[in-house]
Design a protein around this ligand. Structure first.
Ligand code: SF4
Ligand code: SF4
Length: 248
């Protein structure tokens, strides 16, 4: 049995929907004129921090799509002390990811034991040719700088051991540089060192002293005055001419 419909009820329903949505906040993104605000954990692209990569190949082995390509060679590092053993290490030659195969599962990032891979929210890397979606290490490194900083620690939380280790290494390096510098200039006192750092260079001081000082006053007046080489400047006098006071 068909329902009775009041004439014009459809129009009234439509107008009601229009009025309801008119009062709501718009959700349309004005991309590309306005960049979207993405959450920090967005899976846009994978960035590589090369310095941390030890070429252990774990990421390439665990990738379900086999879309990570790594090439490397071995390098021998001579022993640090006489009688010690030479060491060998892997040197990265190629690190590429084929983003046409990648399914953004994040397994490579999870399994990397040395924190060399990170998610970046960067997403503007579409290509017209699918072959151009294989990106090499230089590009992956560039994306590394778009990775957002990690969220702040909870109040009272223990400092991560990576940060503590990095600070210890930086302090050690600074101490080594300071001792090397003191060895090269052993008689320099702290005051001399401070003076060397703060005083401008002697050449710069001499150059500053030679600079003509500009007279104070209206800049317009300054430009109207004849310069030392203009036609209205005082003519050079010879020894035979009387000076301004009439002396011969
Ligand atoms: S995100 Fe997944 S599919 Fe993509 S490279 Fe990493 S492991 Fe492979
Ligand atoms: S798992 Fe990490 S350290 Fe090992 S090869 Fe991959 S990126 Fe490099």
């Amino acid at each position: 049995m068909s329902r009775l419909s009041i004439p014009g009820s459809g129009l009234a329903k439509g107008l009601a929907v229009t009025l309801r949505t008119m009062t709501k906040k718009t959700v349309t993104e004005q991309y590309p004129d306005v960049q979207p605000e993405l959450p920090p954990r967005t899976r846009g692209v994978i960035g590589l921090f090369e310095e941390n990569c030890t070429v252990c190949m774990l990421c390439a082995r665990e990738c379900p799509d086999w879309c990570i390509y790594i090439d490397s060679h071995k390098e021998t590092i001579p022993a640090a002390a006489p009688g010690g053993r030479d060491r060998s290490r892997n040197v990265l030659d190629r690190f590429a990811i084929d983003f046409s195969l990648c399914m953004y599962c994040g397994i490579c990032i999870e399994v990397c034991p040395f924190d060399a891979l990170f998610w970046s929210p960067e997403f503007e890397y579409s290509e017209t040719d699918i072959r151009d979606l294989t990106h090499e290490r230089d590009k992956l490194r560039e994306w590394m700088w778009t990775v957002p900083a990690p969220p702040a620690l909870d109040p009272g939380a223990e400092e991560p051991k990576e940060l503590a280790a990095a600070r210890k290494t930086a302090d050690k390096l600074a101490a080594q540089q300071e001792s090397a510098r003191q060895e090269s200039a052993p008689h320099e006192t702290t005051r001399q060192r401070a003076a060397r750092v703060t005083e401008p260079h002697a050449d710069e001081q001499a150059r500053a002293a030679e600079q003509p000082t500009r007279p104070m006053g209206d800049s317009k007046q300054q430009t109207d005055q004849p310069g030392p080489t203009s036609g209205r400047s005082k003519p050079r006098t010879t020894g035979d001419e009387p000076d301004q006071e009439g002396r011969e």
